[in-house]
Design a protein around this ligand. Structure first.
Ligand code: BG6
Length: 488
């Protein structure tokens, strides 16, 4: 019988901006996500429509605090009021860990406040206590798409060097407060995503940078996040000596469309570009190819004297990543089918099936990704997001028969096991996205459901918010119980 390693951290993942709700309660301030409007009519392929934002859009959002229909992240799945019930469900599945994020604007409502909001700190104390009551280890993302909005409007987001100081104050506060409760931390969710959605990740609104090279702005902001991430790692280790701090990358795996050397080179270049950010956080310095890219594209990053030393001295302890799909890359894409992936559009692989949202389902790609990452970094890996976004149907008996999700997960788990047992990969754990239904990051629909638990609301927030166990709930419980797939 093939088993997962002893102590394997099985669990599930969510993020405050999509799950928590209570956006204007308990002293929380506005975050970038609270004014991110849904575009329900737009094609799911039209990522630029879904993620783009202007200053006018933000003003419009601020002017309509009562509107939770067009701003679904405001209500999320209302974990804020359901956390006890949700954590009990996680415990029933046997979770060993729960990945969640702390909303920065719940602790420092404006980002630049001198003192934290006690009510916000107390909320997470209660959540962690509830988790620990069941022996569930919290795994906390410090920043998951939720910079406080004030930092956008008054500092231009992460473009401003000052934001590093505000962030480290936040990190010091949460590490000090939760030092006896939280051992596993991630700094920035998908730090690389700044390239694809600069607003959500970095608080960058393009129209505020008129006359500037926006790509340079993005890389400058990312540089500030790299320095902040290294400082966060340092702070965390100093305050919580036995803590483990990870980076988090979007694992976008690309295959050459054909074995033509031109396609192989195109795929290699694409892969390198996706690794640039984890390379920086793991090796503590920019890789040569990113520096060449800066040079060839006239991108000049302003650094302070100590930045390189800080990045070098405080690299991460482990590498966490999200993996949903793979894609192809070709030197000449003329006439090739294109399909959506995780905030990308890419060449379609004729050998793979796609999800209802067009993402290409590729369990072997997970094994390939694990091997690539482990060979490259030789540090423990953690899969902190993986799952199938699908339209689920709640029957009259309040059941959800999501065999398709079980199939998806089972195949991915088999590949994980192969990577561990056959390929020798050191995998710390797996938290599926999202263990309980929540608002989609890209399209802001809850109808793109990922959970083991169904949340009874529709895309417009109508419904009871009641929770119902799906068939996958019982299946995942058995996987965790047996620490193996051999139980059927
Ligand atoms: C990850 C993000 O990239 O993808 C999550 O970290 C997001 O926040 C997840 O929800 C799935 O993407 P989507 O667009 O289907 O919600």
């Amino acid at each position: 019988m093939k088993k997962f390693p002893e102590g394997f951290l099985w669990g599930g993942a969510t993020a405050a901006n999509q799950f928590e709700g209570g956006w204007n309660e308990g002293g929380k301030g506005w975050s970038v996500s609270d004014v991110a409007r849904a575009h329900f009519d737009a094609d799911v392929k039209d990522y630029s429509k879904h993620v783009s934002i202007t200053t006018k859009d933000i003003e419009e959002g601020l002017a309509h605090p009562e509107d939770e229909v067009n701003y679904p992240k405001r209500h999320g799945s209302d974990f804020y009021h359901h956390y006890k019930e949700d954590i009990a469900l996680m415990a029933e599945m046997g979770f060993k860990t729960y990945r969640m994020s702390i909303a920065w604007s719940r602790i420092f409502p404006n980002g630049d406040d001198l003192e934290p909001n006690e009510e916000g700190l107390k909320f997470y104390d209660d959540v962690f206590d509830e988790l620990l009551k069941y022996g569930i280890e919290p795994l906390v993302t410090m920043s998951h798409y939720e910079p406080p909005l004030n930092l956008v409007l008054n500092y231009d987001g992460w473009y401003s060097r000052e934001v590093i100081g505000f962030f480290t104050r936040f990190v010091e506060t949460i590490c000090t407060r939760y030092k006896n409760k939280v051992k596993y931390w991630l700094t920035f969710n998908e730090v690389d995503s700044m390239i694809r959605h600069p607003y959500t990740t970095g608080g960058l609104v393009e129209d505020r940078f008129e006359g500037k090279n926006f790509e340079e702005v993005i890389f400058q902001a990312m540089h500030h996040q790299f320095v902040a991430s290294a400082l966060a790692t340092k702070i965390c280790h100093e305050i919580i000596p036995d803590s483990k701090v990870g980076c988090m990358l979007t694992k976008l795996t690309y295959y050459p469309y054909t074995c033509k050397p031109e396609d192989v080179l195109a795929a290699q270049q694409k892969m390198r570009s996706t690794y640039a950010y984890s390379d920086t956080q793991v090796f503590g310095e920019y890789p040569a190819y990113l520096l060449s890219y800066f040079k060839n594209n006239n991108i000049n990053i302003v650094k302070e004297a100590d930045d390189d030393r800080i990045m070098k001295e405080y690299p991460v302890d482990f590498i966490s990543f999200s993996y949903y799909m793979s894609s192809c890359e070709a030197a000449d894409k003329t006439g090739l089918d294109v399909t959506p992936g995780n905030t990308i559009l890419a060449v379609k692989n004729p050998y793979l099936e796609t999800s209802q949202w067009g993402w290409q389902i590729d369990p072997l790609g997970l094994r390939i990704s694990l091997v690539e990452l482990y060979d490259r970094y030789r540090k423990p890996l953690f899969i902190v997001e993986n799952g199938l976004g699908a339209r689920d149907e709640l029957t009259e008996d309040k059941e959800v028969h999501d065999q398709y999700r079980i199939e998806y997960l089972k195949k991915h788990f088999e590949c994980m096991l192969d990577a561990i047992v056959e390929d020798g990969v050191d995998l710390m754990g797996y938290t599926s996205w999202a263990c309980i239904d929540l608002i989609s990051e890209s399209t802001k629909q809850i109808s793109k459901r990922y959970g083991y638990v169904y949340v009874d609301i529709d895309d417009y927030g109508n419904g009871t918010y009641n929770r119902y166990r799906k068939d996958s709930f019982y299946w995942y419980k058995k996987v965790i119980e047996n620490n193996s797939l051999d139980f059927e």
